[in-house]
Design a protein around this ligand. Sequence first.
Ligand SMILES: O=c1ccn([C@@H]2O[C@H](COP(=O)(O)OP(=O)(O)O[C@H]3O[C@H](CO)[C@@H](O)[C@H](O)[C@H]3O)[C@@H](O)[C@H]2O)c(=O)[nH]1
Ligand SMILES: [Mn+2]
Length: 654
Amino acid sequence: MNTVVSAMAMDYPVDKLCVYLSDDGGSDVTLNAMKEAWRFAKCWVPFCRRFGVETICPKAYFLEENHQKKDCRSDFLAEKEKVKEKYEAFKNCMMRIREKASIIMTNGDHPPLVEVINEKGMNEEVGDGVGAQNVQIPLLVYVSREKRPSLPHHFKAGALNVLLRVSAMISNSPYILVLDCDMYCNDSSSARQAMCFHLDPKMSPSLAFVQFPQNFHNISKNDIYNCRIRSLFTILWKGMDGLEGPCLSGTCFYIKRKALYGSLIKEDVDIMKRKQCFGSSNDFIKSLDRHYKPNHSNFSNTMLFKETQILASCAYENQTKWGKEASTCPKTTNPLHSFYFAKATNLEKVGFLYFSVVEDYFTDFINLHGKGWISVYCDPARPAFLGSCTTNLSDVLVQSTRWGSGLVEVAISRFCPLLHGPKQKEKQMSVLERMCYAELAFFPLSFIPLWCFATIPQLYLLNGIPLYPEVSSWYFIVFSFIFVSSQSKHIQEIFSIGGSIQTWRNEQRMWMIKAVTCHLYGSLDAFMKRMGMREANFLPTNKAVDDEQQLKRYQMDILDFQASNMLIVPVVTLVILNLVCLFGGVTRMVISGSVNEMFVQVGLSFFIVSMSSPIVEGMVVRKDKGRVPTSVSILSAVISMIYLLLGSLIIMYW
Ligand SMILES: O=c1ccn([C@@H]2O[C@H](COP(=O)(O)OP(=O)(O)O[C@H]3O[C@H](CO)[C@@H](O)[C@H](O)[C@H]3O)[C@@H](O)[C@H]2O)c(=O)[nH]1
Ligand SMILES: [Mn+2]
């Protein structure tokens, strides 16, 4: 509800701002809460506007109240007290709504419901005090699309497409801000900032979206899990901004509605063709017209109401081009065949695309940048939006697995960024921009070299067999140059944004952990999907923190190893393996005096072990609930022993 209220309080003409909330759970709790939020907005919005409040998210505003610069105007103080009271009442109301609700299982089986929130149906107990009755606030709309267990709903992309259609009927604004439910607006001027780009006559015709970085309000001091995804938002996106613009990042972007509709909105396209593409709704087709002005005061009008229900139904997208295209390709196992098929047909596709669970990346690559649109990165000093980051290892790994799976899925499909090209007459993406997309799609495959580096040199080290050049050899310089330069690049990047050596260690560690777990599983998942052995799924990240202890550990920068065995065991196994080999290898090296030959292997193991010190600590020193469970340590030790034993036997007798 803070997301909703903060969006409504943005500094933008009231009649041009409409807020839609998509409730995939289809729950009464959300709808009732929204009605209360609307009521609270009636005093919050005028308050923000009148006093130029910067922190427009009420929760954040009242939390930081004590740190604000003192504004002592008496009318402000009086008003603020009143608003605060209302806010408390609003909070209590939320509690009551939540308590009243029985345990609702969102079973993914409910009809569509679109409702414009307004006075009607509200039990009138307010009306006093602040921001009297007749204040104008932005329109607020609740949208819950139809869901049926047997029909695919395409996760977030599906929800966004329903929002696109429904909003076309009610407000049809040409620019849309997309926000995840775990983010809120932190700067009232972000819409105006974005419009500076969208209305710039030079770039406007080809500009598809303005991307803001994802920032988080709950990141711990040292960011042990690298939740801020530093390399994307501070390096890669800025670099791409120098080409044709950053990649769509799922949230915090202002997109041009037209960019998502494709080329079929050109005026000369006939209506039948449009219907084939956009579906059968006449009203929706009408909304594509440049001069169409919806009239939402008409919403009570049953016709409009009925139309939105149809647009939010499961069946609406059948035989249309919403989100798909991939399905029009005949099933074939020959990737080259399907690749050429795609080139030949290159069908129009509209909205957010369904092919991959990283709908943002894929939609952008195929439909936006892939079609010659550009984007802009806007990273103002005051974060425009703030979100909740994942605060425990388990969530981080689950989320990264999903990303890994979605990206590799694209990399190994006919949409592979290195192969897929647009039609001749469309504008081509530059080679460099394309390489950025390829790097994103392929990076999860780094699990292959990382697994090798973490297991093979160690096995040979233990057996006293050198694999790398001796320190005195010239080739040694090549190896050390690569290692040192890549690490210095990383360190330089971090220092340039004011990070510390601690940040560098955390990022290195998380990179290794993710590579050996998430990226391995994500890639396997993608390969299995490709072979038809698995269906797409989207595990949303936790939205509520219910383990206080866990949160405390996060805030104290202590790793929390409460996660499924599947995610933890590979990591612990590799750490034990490296510890054992480092110990054995160094002993052997000292005894036989083979420092010269074994230096690189010892160095590699030492590097891995030193980066993993918190894991070793979690195994042997810590006693709290977040430590590495003893059963995991034992299992991992057994696995690494088996590996070393079998490996050594093979080396000896091969
Ligand atoms: O079936 C679904 C699944 C998700 N969502 C929404 O999608 C958003 C993102 O989901 P979340 O669970 O927060 O996932 P994250 O891993 O935090 O999301 C990141 O990764 C996604 C792609 O995997 C991007 O779309 C997001 O913008 C990006 O923040 C949320 O608002 C969800 O409500 C739906 O509406 N329907
Ligand atoms: Mn999220």
